[in-house]
Design a protein around this ligand. Sequence first.
Ligand code: HEM
Length: 271
Amino acid sequence: MFGYLAAAALCLVAVLVLRSDPWSLCEVPGLSSLFPEQCRGQAGRLLSKGELSSYDGGHGSPGLYLAVLGQVFDVQKGMKHYGPGGSYSFFTARDASRAYVTGDFAEGGLVDDVSELSPSQMLHLNNWLSFYQKNYVAVGKLIGHFYDEYGNPTKALEDALAAIDVGLKLKEKRHEENKQFPPCNSEFSSGISRVWCSKNSGGIQRDWVGVPRKLYLAGFDGYRCVCVRATGPSSENPESEVHDNRGDLDNPSLKEYKDCNPLFDWCLLKE
Ligand code: HEM
């Protein structure tokens, strides 16, 4: 009974404090996770690297924080992952943006320099940022690599955002290419590789199956297996009434697999 009364009193105090100074509760370690709505807007706090480094969840530390692309999050509710001894404790109390993509969790890899990452790697990092924005409470910004001492974006952040933008455009382009040339299904067993086409290979739903071909794209090394529509007009002239009824088979970026029947919708790879 006394326990319930004490809990109720604590809640009342919390509500009153939140009403008079909504941000003060958000400063209490872990409480921002209990009041996500109230604390979500408090992304204006600026932390120095030294300040952030004390938020490692250890004994006497003020809380459990980490940063991605300079944005600081309270990850107290993910204590089992990020707390001392947790599998991902190396991410806490710092901005280790690069390691989210490279998987290099050695001290030298746990850094915020993302300038060497490719646009598609930056897109991957952006997915992690979205993950934290969705699942954890934003605390503020880390002064240093991505934000200056006034909380303004640095050149490094502008470059990172530009790379993410390029990554998004490439993804969009790849999606369009995939509609014309959906990736093949593939499997490897007992030393034999098999590729084959189906109406949903590569996650592209369509009303044709297609035949496997090697697609060589300018600017990319090697090739990838794609399913090629083998009937109707080519994708370049979809409305054309005069055509060879060979679909995209004559596209110059395609090559047949050696030792495979070019009309079959599957192929055993011996190369
Ligand atoms: C670049 C490589 C990787 C990174 C950056 C990474 C990162 C993370 C992070 C940050 C979390 C915590 C997410 C949260 O806050 O809830 C997590 C959880 C987890 N990761 Fe990884 N991870 C990687 C690779 C892997 C691999 C290869 C495996 C499996 C073989 C794996 C298995 C798991 C599991 C099982 C969880 C816990 C899920 C849960 O209990 O909610 N991770 N990972």
